[in-house]
Each structure stands twice: as C-alpha cells, then as structure tokens.
Design a protein around this ligand. Structure first.
Ligand code: NAD
Ligand code: DAU
Length: 349
C-alpha cells in the first residue's frame, strides 16, 4: 500500500515499483488539491496497480483496504506537504499529518496483529516517509543532519512531521509494530505541483512572469531528483532494518538564488524570451518566509553503506530533465495553473 500515491513523490513511487516488477501496488489517496490521477496515467491499466480513493483519517476504510488487499507493506506518504500553507493554516497539518498518521497506525496494528505468526507477521513493514525539516535549522557554514541529530522543527509543517515520526516510533516501542523511517531532503522532478519553488519558477519563467525569491535568496536546500528518492524508498521498505531511520539526500546543496538562476539560464538557452531580456531580470525578491530555516544538509552515508543506494542524477542532469519534462507536458500543468488553488502565489511579486 502506498498512501499519497497520487501526489508528487507517491506517484513516482507507484511508477517505480510497477516498472521494477514483482510488486502489487495499491495506491490509497484522498485526492486533495495536491493529488492528481493524471500523474499515474502511465500505469493506470497495469494489472500490478490499483487505485483506491480513501482518507487515512478514516480508520475503518484503512482496516478494510489492508485486509481486503492482504497488504504486507505500507509506504506512508500521504500528508499536507507545503510549508507556506502550514503557516497560513496549521490545523490541517495536525489533522492529516498527525491525526491521520495515528489513525493509519491504529489500523496497521490491528491488521498486523491479525496476520498469522511467522513470516507474514515478522515480514510486515510500516514505512513512514518523512523529511529533513524535522531536524530544523543548520548554520550556513557547518553541520549536516545524521540519523542521530535531535529533532528541532521550525514550521507547523515540520512540527507535524516530527510528531508523526515520534508516533511511528512509539507504535514500535509500545506495541511492537515493525516500522522503518526515512527522512529526505528537497525533491524535484516531473509531476511536481507548481506551488513549490522549482516548478513554480520553471513555469513563471516560461511565461515571462515574476520569479518570487524569499528574502535575499541565500537559504540553502539539498536537492534530490524524485526518481532517485523513489529508488531509495524501495530499498528502505524492503531492506531497511526494523526500527531504524535512514537519511536520504543528494549531496547537492544550492542557495535558492542559485537554483532560480540555473533555471533562468537553462530556459534562456532553450528558448529566449520574446522581449530579448534575460530571464534573470524576472527575479523578484519578496518578503521572507516566517521562521525560514537557513540551511538543510543531509548525510546519506547510512543509506549508501547499508542499502547500497546511490542517486543516478546530479542536480544539473536532474534539473535539465525536469525542465524538459515541463516543456513537453503542458497538458499536465496547464489545468493546475488555471485552477484557483493558490492564485496569490502563482504570480507573487
Ligand atoms: P504532495 O503534497 O505532492 O502529495 C500528498 C498526497 O497525499 C496527495 O496526493 C494528497 O491527495 C494525499 N493526501 C493528503 N491528505 C490525505 C489524506 N488525509 N488521506 C489520503 N491521502 C491524502 O506531497 P509530496 O511532496 O509528494 O510528499 C509526500 C511525502 O513525502 C509527504 O509525507 C512529505 O512530508 C514527504 N517528503 C516530501 C519531500 C519533498 O521534497 N516534496 C521531501 C521529504 C519528504
Ligand atoms: O526539505 C524537504 C521539504 O522540501 C519537504 O519536506 C516539503 O514537503 C517540501 O515542500 C520542501 O519544503 P521547502 O519549504 O524547502 O520547499 P519549497 O519549494 O516551498 O521552498 C524551497 C525553498 O525556496 C525554501 O527555502 C523557500 C524558497 N521559496 C519557495 C517558494 C515557493 C522561494 O524563495 N520562493 C517561492 O516562491
């Protein structure tokens, strides 16, 4: 079972698992504003894939799906994922990320307890997909997050993910549910909802609209191509040790301004703006995000050494592939851009 499989990373996980073969994938998603079945068109007819519309906060629905589909592994990605939305409306993040995860844990525990003793019970996994943001803020010039870094979340989003991580660990310590966790840095790639920095900037730059950069653009993020994350998640779910967490990241730190400038230059090289001005001239510094963490940096050595995981994409090759994807897939993003989900942000600045 992949929860949140109609979202950005969840859909990449579903596509990855179906392409790998040997899995039966049940995508459980409530289809919020961030869920989009068009991201799954490529596998919709595959006998190894099935979609069920359901809400993780509905414990009875979760129990039925787990039993009817004879689930042996839960990869839990369903969440409210956007930091800015969590600042505007934190309650939904508590509701989905904390209460939703606890409800799913309850259903998973009942299901696990009903499994026959032996292989079925010991082989079951609840994999919680989490974020590096639970570790909080790093100085610009030093430090990396390891699996031992204490939690110090800054935003309502990261606080809700930290809480859900704690509940997942508590379900193992208290009830014995076999869990595994992973905490990943910023993903980017195809099918990324255009409220997030990279797709927002690609599409605004394409259309010659302002490119909103918070503060002075000096904040640093570590970037990972989403398909490399999906490959890591398969390894964590199938080979990760019970009770362990794994940090996943690309060792690709960039300031936000560097990211935005790279997108501008790549698009200028492909298709200059009709007015002839370089796209960097569209960069617009706007009010900073409250509580904006300065820097995130992940040490993925444990995943590399224990699971043999390595990302296949550099930031440069992944960004080029992402830009090409948005240029070729207007049919996917145009309806979202024309919707009214966050019109204030699309043209911010
Ligand atoms: P997303 O917002 O693109 O997708 C979230 C999905 O969850 C959507 O399909 C939505 O419909 C579904 N959903 C939301 N509430 C639900 C509910 N109550 N019941 C069932 N489904 C529900 O998110 P994403 O960027 O793909 O992130 C997926 C997960 O990975 C999240 O848990 C997030 O915290 C984590 N994560 C994201 C990143 C990143 O860079 N995007 C990095 C690290 C970890
Ligand atoms: O680190 C992992 C996290 O990455 C995930 O857990 C979150 O789910 C995911 O949304 C992402 O969070 P960020 O806040 O880092 O992503 P976002 O794309 O919103 O912002 C990236 C950086 O760019 C951040 O420093 C804020 C800045 N930014 C963002 C937007 C939307 C801008 O400067 N301008 C913008 O318009």
């Amino acid at each position: 079972m992949v929860t949140g499989g109609a979202g950005f990373i969840g859909s990449a996980v579903c596509r990855h698992l179906v392409a790998r073969g040997g899995y039966r994938v049940v995508n459980v998603d409530a289809l919020t504003y961030a869920g989009n079945l068009a991201s799954l068109d490529g596998i919709a007819g595959d006998p190894a894939y099935r979609f069920v519309r359901a809400d993780i906060r509905d414990g009875d629905a979760m129990r039925s799906i787990l039993a009817e589909e004879a689930i042996d592994t839960i990869m839990h990605l369903a969440a409210e994922s956007h930091v800015d939305r969590s600042i505007d409306g934190p309650a939904a993040f508590v509701d989905t990320n904390v209460v939703g995860t606890v409800t799913l844990l309850g259903a998973a525990l009942d299901h696990w307890r009903a499994l026959p003793e032996g292989e079925a019970r010991s082989g079951f996994r609840f994999h919680h997909i989490s974020t590096d943001e639970v570790f909080g803020d790093l100085p610009f010039d030093s430090g990396v997050f390891t699996e031992e870094t204490p939690y110090r979340p800054s935003s309502p989003y990261s606080a809700s993910k930290a809480a859900s991580d704690h509940f997942v660990r508590a379900w193992q310590e208290t009830y014995g549910l076999p869990v595994v966790l992973s905490n990943c840095s910023n993903n980017y790639g195809p099918f990324h909802f255009p409220e997030k920095l990279i797709p927002l900037v690609i599409l605004n730059a394409l259309e010659g609209r302002p490119l909103p950069v918070y503060g002075r653009g000096v904040n640093v993020r570590d970037w990972l191509f989403v398909e490399d994350h999906a490959a890591a998640l398969e390894l964590v779910a199938t080979r990760g040790r019970v009770g362990e967490s794994y940090n996943i990241g690309g060792r690709e730190e960039r300031t936000n301004l560097q990211v935005v400038e790279a997108i501008c230059d790549a698009l200028d090289a492909r298709m200059p703006l009709a007015i002839g001005a370089p796209r960097r001239s569209l960069i617009t510094f706007v009010a900073d995000r409250p509580g904006h963490d300065r820097r995130y940096a992940i040490d993925p050595a444990k995943a590399e050494q224990e699971l043999g995981w390595r990302p296949a994409h550099s930031f440069e090759s992944g960004l080029a592939a992402t830009i090409d994807w948005y240029l070729a897939n207007e049919a996917w993003w145009r309806p979202i851009r024309e919707g009214n989900y966050a019109g204030d942000r699309l043209g911010a600045g």
